[in-house]
Design a protein around this ligand. Structure first.
Ligand SMILES: *Cc1c(COP(=O)(O)O)cnc(C)c1O
Length: 425
């Protein structure tokens, strides 16, 4: 037993957690405090100079977050992690540690819509420029790299199309170019896919979705793969050069395999400030304990719904890599063999009006803009998230008038199908 590596479900419950040293409480407490008393003056000085690790102020770290960070790092096979206020905050801090004004990064065009907005608009005001590539064509990433490129960004399973990315092919291109590969693993979760084992250097999550899993708290996390040499090229000065705000410390030289997580914490989180609330860390920790059970049920239900939809007379097409006929089925078998996730899109023969009718008629499914809840969710992008676009722009974005997106929950699948059947009726 002693040398057996614990399985996923054991880690999901036990990794990072121990009974509370002060009280014996078995469950990690919500440390609802802003600050922490120093032992003495030299302890305080050591903490501020990073000569000792410890709690100073909850914007930078908190004991409830620390347990969540250790748990996610263990599940992803990373060296360390940093929990933050949201998935978007995780993206902001990740790029902040790598990019200087005028730098570029290459990202897959097939991303969560919020990430496309963040990259196209807000990042531009920092002087960070996104260059788009095609997740379905790894060679397009190589072509998009310029001398200004500092990183590559992809999703493992893409939101909303449910496509699976060939992580190893893109990791090879990143490695050859000396660039870190960042993978947003939100839709897969480490239960389905561990990108670091396929060559990724940084893994990000919106913990808001399947990781927390109950639609009740926002959160994000940055996982450090510990497998990128931040000093080799001299192009990541925040990591490799002496830092003025820490007495000239070089983070990569000092912290080695956990340098990226530390840099995001002591510079990004310290100065930009998107800290996770301790209550949210507690709720997400509780959610992760059942991640394996939930994800398997999510995936099994989604495959059953996809099969049913693909035979329905109102439906023209179904995009779900779990279907044997899907063009991403082989990549699904390689990267996420336990399931192809719980988000799928499909087309309605009746177009826009049929989409509006369907979302108006559902009773069990919730019509809203989210994914990764225990309950099943539905959205018709053309009449909601993408309604400001022209029909041509909608179609280009994979949100044509006929497209419906589902995030399938863990209810009884017969009830989910019965609701879709009456609503399509
Ligand atoms: C929701 C989502 C995000 C953003 O996360 P928030 O927690 O909403 O900030 C990023 N990536 C993907 C794939 C998402 O689904």
């Amino acid at each position: 037993m002693a040398d057996k590596k614990p399985g996923f479900d054991t880690l999901a419950i036990h990794a990072g957690t121990a009974p509370d040293p002060a009280t014996g409480a078995r469950i990690t407490p919500i440390y609802q405090t802003t600050a922490y008393v120093f032992n003495d003056v030299s302890h305080a000085a050591d903490l501020f100079a990073l000569r000792a690790f410890g709690n100073i102020y909850t914007r930078i770290m908190n004991p409830t977050q620390a347990v969540l960070e250790a748990k996610v790092a263990a599940l992803e096979g990373g060296t360390a992690a940093l929990a933050v206020a949201s998935g978007h905050a995780a993206q902001l801090l990740t790029f902040h540690a790598m990019l200087r004004p005028g730098d570029e990064f290459v990202a897959a065009r097939q991303l969560y819509g919020g990430s496309i907005n963040q990259f196209n608009h807000s990042f531009k005001s920092f002087g960070w420029h996104v260059v788009w590539a095609d997740a379905e064509d790894p060679s397009s990433f190589e072509k998009a790299i310029s001398p200004k490129t500092k990183a590559i960004f992809i999703e493992s399973i893409c939101n909303p199309g449910g496509r699976i990315t060939d992580i190893e092919a893109i990791a090879k291109i990143a490695k050859k170019a000396g660039l870190p590969l960042i993978v947003d693993n939100t839709l897969a979760t480490p239960y389905l896919c561990t990108p670091i084992s396929h060559g990724a250097n940084i893994v990000l999550h919106s913990l808001t979705k399947f990781m927390g899993g109950h639609g009740n708290s926002m959160g994000g996390v940055i996982v450090d793969g510990g497998n990128f040499d931040w000093s080799a090229s001299g192009r990541y000065p925040l990591l490799s050069e002496p830092n003025d705000s820490y007495h000239g410390m070089r983070f990569h030289e000092t912290f080695g395999g956990i340098a990226f997580a530390i840099t995001c914490r002591v510079l990004g989180l310290r100065d930009l400030g998107p800290a996770m609330a301790p209550l949210n860390a507690f709720l997400i920790l509780t959610g992760i304990e059942t991640l394996g059970l939930r994800m398997q049920r999510h995936c099994d239900n989604t495959l059953a719904v996809a099969n049913w939809l693909s035979k329905n007379a109102h439906v023209s097409w179904v995009n779900y890599a779990g279907l044997p006929t899907d063009k991403h089925h082989t990549l699904h078998k390689k990267y996420a063999p336990k399931g192809a996730g719980a988000v799928l899109t499909f087309g309605l023969k009746g177009g826009y009006d049929a989409g509006v009718k369907l979302v108006s008629n559902v009773k069990l499914l919730s019509h809203l803009a989210n994914i990764g809840d225990t309950r099943s969710l539905i959205i018709h992008p053309a009449s909601t998230t993408h309604s400001q676009l022209t029909d041509e722009q909608k179609t280009k974005a994979g949100a044509g008038p006929d497209v419906v997106r589902l995030s399938i929950g863990i209810e009884d699948v017969s009830d989910i199908i019965a609701d879709l059947e009456q609503a399509l009726g």
